[in-house]
Ligand binder design. Structure first.
Ligand code: CP
Ligand code: NVA
Length: 308
């Protein structure tokens, strides 16, 4: 069995195989009703726990539907309603859940909750977002890019705004899939050195460029995310907005990228803040393909975790 904790902790060849399998599984069920079972039922008789300590729409629904399409069953648990939220240790929770379920997906705040869960669980644990990373999202994003533009290796991705958890996983993916990434945002929100360093050690060109117009020159993909993440203090909202506003992705900024540059946003979006509706709904936007591909990418991730 394998845990899917982070993109940099997963073998690059395995990541590649997951993307390819996700694409193939997606094609195989084109046009079928959403609840129609896949031809093969690799998760038959398997029970998957989906634990949320933060809100979610995409992660929750895509994991739930994905497990069902592959023949398994799910239970969606709110961290708050569990004893976990009332003092039971993560280790004990992991040991107990391992007696009932075959796999655990958890969305949480602190990274250590995820890693401790993985340490003490006898079943695979999947990272459904932490304050630090969001690997399932970036697997879906790689799949989405390649569906539209072919291999992502060697391409230029530009991350705008806050060097947050989603940006961190993009940097991990740059290293593992062999693309380059330019970060453009205020210095206060630079991505952490450990993520930049990983990508550079793997041979990716990682650039920090304060001028968003210079940054997007030659971009194959421009990415935005919320300026205030779920783990950020709401009290910092105004300050963050003031600092990040120059990095809004709008039609004028997109005109400085390659003419066929894609636009991505993991959603949920705050329209007219980090990106305008003109871009979000424009011809180069693939934001809803990304959302759909969460389903397909995660199905491949779950199969890899269980070795089925
Ligand atoms: N992109 C993403 O993870 O969305 P949710 O917060 O709705 O799960
Ligand atoms: N950076 C965002 C992503 C949401 C899917 C957050 O952590 O809130």
């Amino acid at each position: 069995m394998n845990h899917f904790l982070d993109i940099h902790k997963t073998d690059a060849a395995d990541l590649r195989a997951m993307i390819d399998q996700a694409g193939a599984m997606k094609k195989a069920r084109l046009g079928r009703p959403r609840a129609a079972p896949d031809d093969t039922q690799p998760l038959k008789d398997r029970m998957v726990a989906l634990i949320f300590e933060k809100p979610s729409t995409r992660t929750r629904v895509s994991f739930d539907v994905g497990v069902r399409q592959m023949g398994g069953q799910t239970m969606v648990l709110s961290g708050n309603d569990m004893q976990l939220g009332h003092g039971e240790t993560i280790a004990d929770t992991a040991r107990v859940l391992s007696r009932y379920v075959d796999m655990i997906m958890i969305r949480t705040f602190d990274e250590t909750v995820l890693t401790e869960m993985a340490e003490y669980a006898d079943v695979p644990v999947i990272n459904g977002l932490t304050d630090r990373t969001h690997p399932c999202q970036i697997m879906a994003d790689v799949l989405t890019f390649e569906e539209h533009r072919g291999p992502i290796a060697g391409k230029k991705v530009v991350w705008t705004g806050d060097g947050n958890n989603v940006c961190s996983s993009f940097l991990h993916a740059a290293g593992q899939f062999g693309f380059d990434l330019t970060f453009t945002g205020p210095a206060q929100f630079d991505p952490k050195e450990e993520f930049v360093g990983f990508a550079r050690r793997k041979g990716s060109t990682i650039v920090i460029e304060r001028d968003p117009y210079k940054a997007v020159e030659g971009a194959d993909l421009v990415v935005a995310d919320t300026w205030v993440s779920m783990h950020d203090a709401q009290s910092a909202k105004e300050r963050r907005h003031n600092l990040l506003r120059p990095y809004q992705v709008n039609a004028e900024l997109m005109r400085h990228a390659k003419p066929d540059a894609l636009f991505m946003h993991c959603l949920p979006a705050h329209r007219e803040e980090e990106a305008t509706s003109e871009v979000m709904d424009g011809p180069n936007s693939v934001v809803f393909d990304e959302a759909e591909n969460r389903l397909h990418a995660q199905k491949a991730i779950m199969r890899w975790c269980l070795g089925v």
